[in-house]
Design a protein around this ligand. Sequence first.
Ligand code: GRF
Length: 202
Amino acid sequence: MLKSARKKPCSCLGILASGSGSNMGAIAAAISNRELDAQIMVVIYNNPEAMVRERAAKLGIPTVLINHRDYSSREDLDRAIIQTLAKYQVELVIMAGWMRVVTQVLIEAFGDRILNIHPSLLPSFRGTHAIQQALDYGVKIAGCTVHIVSLEVDSGKILEQAAVAVLENDTATSLQQRIQVQEHIIYPKAIASFIRHIDPNI
Ligand code: GRF
């Protein structure tokens, strides 16, 4: 079959986001600049106030609210997410500021095809408030990591990292802004190379 006629495995993305959606925006921009050969099928958000909804809607991307408060367990939340991802034919799940811990249910459904970005140089500073953790520790180099999601939080295989120097007067906000600049570069790049790795002929 001709390469161009073949459906690219893993290029149908489903984004899970809880916040402002700047990473979602960077991924969408990389797709429209043809740096990333993929398509965002749906953005799922769990917080009705999340800015990501508006950002995605402006780009014409379908959005679905799945509010974790409506589910009695993390597993039930994941089942609802899986149903929506299936409805939109998602092949690769992209967690972009998704503030919920995933369960075995989601991992069994997608295997290694769930990626996350975390604002630290893993394995340092896992979990919440990673940037504040780094400042409190007094590290001189911070950064961000794209990794495959596993059951243990912020612990799966590392795909891409970028380092950011910590400046003398940095606050969590100022450091986060510089880390996010790097996130917006490495996340689309990591997704592109992940998709190529799944099918090296792409
Ligand atoms: C990012 O900084 C990411 O590292 C963390 O959550 C933040 C999401 O930001 N997991 P945004 O919603 O993509 O702007």
